[in-house]
Design a binder for this molecule. Structure first.
Ligand code: GDP
Ligand code: MG
Length: 280
């Protein structure tokens, strides 16, 4: 099932809360998710396969087009759609209009009102709310069980697709690149996090600590200097933050070897976007 909605409504935070592990990049800055991230939750006889998707936005450049296309694909492929919208902005507009779909998706939709902890008094939700409406807070965990129950009712019968112990399907090097990017969203400002892409050059798990060589791509020479910072201060802080995140998920010590290179205007070039893994 897919977690879909506009940018910044809390899709990635909810994925992490559901899985109980920090898998997906979260940021107060919008458009932090570029490709779908899959999280698995197995409870009793039910296996939930959650796909966190990029926010539904109006594309301004090639990367946005790729992000929107992958969000739409995730919606089309889903068996159940969790459509997220902040409770503070109740009521949610129609998913068809938000996603500018030509026709309603075939999968059932559960509307999930997020960030309930930010709303002191409940808006006028229908009483009792229909089972296709759930109010949650990823921060406090309120409503998460009700969400799982609502989704479970709408899931088709099928054998488990994954080992019940698994919580992710993507390789560790994917998460390593994502966590370097998340650190960039935390430590860099204005346009810069959006100009950052990350590629893992080497990932050697056989050694202790695990050796990871990552390249941070920026779009212009001038951005390279800012990412490195005076005396290398910024890139050191970035590497430290990213290393802790990677170690947290991997459960092992990591040596993160970071390099910065320029890939001119990669956000506007379909070939670069594809090479970086942001498009099919
Ligand atoms: P996405 O773009 O839809 O994936 O949104 P994110 O998960 O990246 O979250 C966007 C911002 O909303 C981040 O600053 C989150 O910390 C914040 N956020 C997400 N869920 C909650 C919540 O339940 N409560 C509060 N207070 N903030 C939240
Ligand atoms: Mg996100």
């Amino acid at each position: 099932m897919v977690l879909a909605g506009r940018p910044n409504v809390g899709k990635s935070t909810l994925l992490n809360a559901l899985v109980g592990e920090h898998l997906a990049v979260v940021s107060p800055k919008p458009q932090s998710t570029r490709v779908p991230v899959v999280g698995l939750v197995t409870r009793g006889d039910t296996q939930y396969i959650f796909t966190d998707s990029p926010g539904l936005l109006d594309p301004e450049y090639a990367l946005h087009h790729a992000m929107r296309a992958s969000a739409l694909r995730a919606i089309q492929n889903a068996e159940v759609i969790a459509y997220l919208h902040p409770l503070a902005e109740y009521p949610a507009p129609d998913l068809v209009s938000v996603a500018r779909l030509e026709k309603p998706p075939r999968a059932p939709i559960v509307t999930v009102y997020t960030k309930a902890d930010l709303v002191p008094t409940s808006p006028n939700l229908p009483q009792p709310p229909p089972t296709s409406v759930v109010v949650v807070s990823a921060l406090t965990g309120a409503g998460i069980d009700a969400l799982l129950a609502a989704l479970r009712d709408r899931l088709p019968e099928s054998p488990f697709h994954y080992d019940p112990e698994e919580m992710a399907t993507q390789p560790m090097r994917f998460f390593a690149a994502e966590f370097v990017r998340e650190a960039a969203f935390e430590l860099l400002h204005e346009e810069l996090p959006y100009s950052v892409a990350v590629e893992i050059d080497e990932f050697r798990e056989a050694q202790e600590p695990v050796y990871i060589r990552a390249v941070i791509y920026v779009e212009r020479e001038s951005q390279k200097g800012i990412v490195i910072g005076a005396g290398g201060r910024t890139i050191r802080a970035l590497g430290e933050a990213a290393r802790l995140k990677i170690e947290g998920l991997l459960g092992r010590r990591v040596f993160l070897d970071l390099h910065v290179k320029v890939m001119p205007k990669w956000r506007r070039r379909p070939a670069s976007i594809k090479r970086l893994g942001y498009a099919e």
